[in-house]
Design a protein around this ligand. Structure first.
Ligand SMILES: Nc1ncnc2c1ncn2[C@@H]1O[C@H](COP(=O)(O)OP(=O)(O)OP(=O)(O)O)[C@@H](O)[C@H]1O
Length: 275
């Protein structure tokens, strides 16, 4: 037992997120998580790859304190805050599948919300947003409204809002799933560049094997329900990366491994649903 607690303590000091023995089920439903443990290090980009309906969004709701685990602990940041406290303290940045921009606010004012909520004056918040817009490919859009933007632009504004919210840990829930293939590739490349600049800790949910490999330092695979363990693949591809990386032999080897784990390998017969 002493050995176990030393490991957990060491993890707490270094980890941006430390999950220990997490169990959760909705009332009268089968469990989604049972005694799940994993860590995310500071500055890491980690993707969770899983089939639909297995509990990815529920995991994010647990990590952001919107749901309470049936058992286990979630510790966030160096202080080891609980999910609920970390969210209250603004340490968690959450970017959902839909951009959720406010239709009556301009790009400038949508992106500034994160800073305003942290106590910045409107003037200061706007100044910081204006400074960052060009780097996000959004120069000249500051007075536009969400309906005047493309899907990719809306997601970038949404990301900027989360970024300026100042979190230590960013939870990105399939942020590009609603985009067409071309926009999706350009958004992935854009996110790679932004991450290189800011090196925030990101936990990214996706169904897409290529996307997980292209973006991540590690991919965690949830292949069975309830989720008790996550299989882990280190993505040892050099950075900075671009979409070209997907043509690399190493990439294809890693992809083969992931497809095998989720049941689509040479011997697999997965139909893509919850197993
Ligand atoms: N409030 C709730 N009450 C009861 N069951 C729920 C509730 N929310 C989600 N579920 C169920 O929990 C399971 C996991 O849902 P969740 O949304 O976390 O899955 P997911 O892996 O994110 O799916 P997708 O990839 O399709 O978004 C599903 O079977 C879903 O129907």
């Amino acid at each position: 037992m002493a050995g176990l607690s030393t490991t957990v303590e060491a993890g707490k000091q270094q980890a941006a997120l430390s999950v220990r023995g997490l169990s959760f089920s909705f009332p009268q439903e089968s469990p989604l998580f049972e005694a799940l443990s994993f860590d995310i290090k500071h500055g890491e980009f980690v993707s969770i790859l899983a089939a639909s309906g297995i509990g990815k969004t529920t995991l994010f709701r647990l990590l952001s304190g919107l749901l309470v685990p049936t058992a286990g602990t979630i510790a966030i940041g160096e202080a080891g805050n609980s999910a609920r406290d970390a969210t209250k303290l603004g340490k968690i940045g959450y970017m959902p599948q839909k951009d959720c921009l406010l239709s009556w606010r301009s790009v400038l004012d949508n992106a500034a919300i994160g800073l305003e909520l942290r106590g910045a004056s409107k003037r200061e918040a706007r100044r910081q947003v204006l400074e960052l817009l060009p780097g996000l490919g959004l120069e000249g859009t500051e007075s536009k409204y969400p309906h005047e933007l493309s899907g990719g632009m809306r997601q970038r504004v949404s990301f900027l809002r989360s970024l300026l919210g100042g979190g230590e840990l960013f939870l990105l829930d399939e942020p590009f799933s609603a985009l067409d293939a071309m926009t999706r590739i350009s958004m992935q490349e854009w996110l790679l560049q932004v991450w290189e600049q800011h090196r925030k800790t990101i936990l990214f949910i996706t169904h897409d094997v290529d996307e997980a490999l292209l973006l991540s330092d590690r991919v965690l695979v949830a292949a069975q329900s309830p989720i008790t363990t996550l299989r882990e693949l280190n993505v040892n591809l050099p950075r900075p990366r671009s979409y070209e990386a997907a043509l690399d032999e190493t990439f294809i080897g890693l992809k083969r491994q992931l497809l095998d784990w989720i049941g689509f390998g040479a011997g697999g017969s997965n139909g893509g649903g919850r197993s």
